[in-house]
Design a protein around this ligand. Structure first.
Ligand SMILES: *Cc1c(COP(=O)(O)O)cnc(C)c1O
Length: 244
């Protein structure tokens, strides 16, 4: 292979992967410091932290023009952790995944290796193109990325008209905050904040519909073994509810 040398004047001044992690601005860090000593190093059960989390949740509900009854869930771990949480706490029996790049395929794999789920219906397309969801009887979660970061292929957020109660679940990690969408077309719109939100990683957020909350309550009160850290029921119950 030929040695390719990128001319120095074409190199970005800040040489990070274009899709994130994003640059965290000094102003953000100064704001965090201005909240001290109330926030860092104090209990996450105390008012200063709860109020800050509450304001992030209501800000996200506003940003997404959330319909009545939708909520924001959040927890430690990033989108990758959310896939395992969804496998344990959201998919009832079988999921369908559109895979046309690395990230959609990772969620499909997490569902495929779960011994308590049926094999997922995986609809793959070559990098640079896109597959379409197809209603299939028995599928209770339809999952696809809003923006497949690894290929740059975007989708329109559209509810899949499958079985009654089937949920439409969107990986919005590099879409949320950058591409508009209609929240009524989705049940779970999840993302980690280190891409368009220019924050640090290690957290996930999810806009969830009343139908998704009901599913989480049902699955997490079944006799399936669910590690506490992946139990979305705990996440939806322990936060003071900020709901539309
Ligand atoms: C970056 C990215 C992820 C992984 O996010 P983590 O916070 O690193 O787990 C998942 N899905 C998409 C679409 C992404 O762009």
């Amino acid at each position: 292979m030929a040695d390719i040398i990128i001319p120095a004047d074409l190199l970005p001044t800040d040489g990070r992967f274009g899709c994130g992690p994003s640059k965290v601005r000094d102003e953000q860090l100064s704001f965090l410091a201005s909240l001290q000593p109330g926030v860092l190093g104090t209990s996450h059960r105390q008012a200063p932290v709860k109020d800050l989390v509450g304001s992030v949740r209501s800000g996200l509900l506003d940003l997404f023009r959330a319909p009545e009854g939708y909520e924001i869930l959040l927890a430690n771990g990033g989108a990758t952790t959310f896939w395992d949480s969804a496998v344990h706490s959201l998919i009832e029996r079988r999921s369908q995944h559109l895979t046309f790049g690395e990230f959609g395929a990772k969620f499909a794999k997490a569902a495929a290796v779960a011994p308590f789920l049926e094999d997922p219906d995986v609809r793959a397309a070559d990098a640079g193109s896109r597959s379409d969801a197809l209603p299939v009887a028995g599928v209770d979660v339809y999952a696809y990325p809003h923006n497949e970061t690894s290929t740059g292929v975007m989708t329109e957020v559209r509810r899949v008209a499958g079985d009654t109660g089937a949920l439409t679940v969107i990986d919005a990690t590099s879409g949320a905050g950058g591409i508009d969408f209609d929240a009524t077309e989705t049940d779970v719109y999840y993302f980690s904040p280190q891409k368009n939100f220019a924050s640090d990683g290690g957290l996930w957020f999810a806009l969830v519909s009343p139908a998704a909350i009901e599913r989480i309550e049902r699955v997490t009160s079944s006799d399936r073994y669910i590690p506490e850290a992946l139990n979305l029921g705990v996440q939806s119950r322990t936060h003071a509810r900020t709901r539309r």
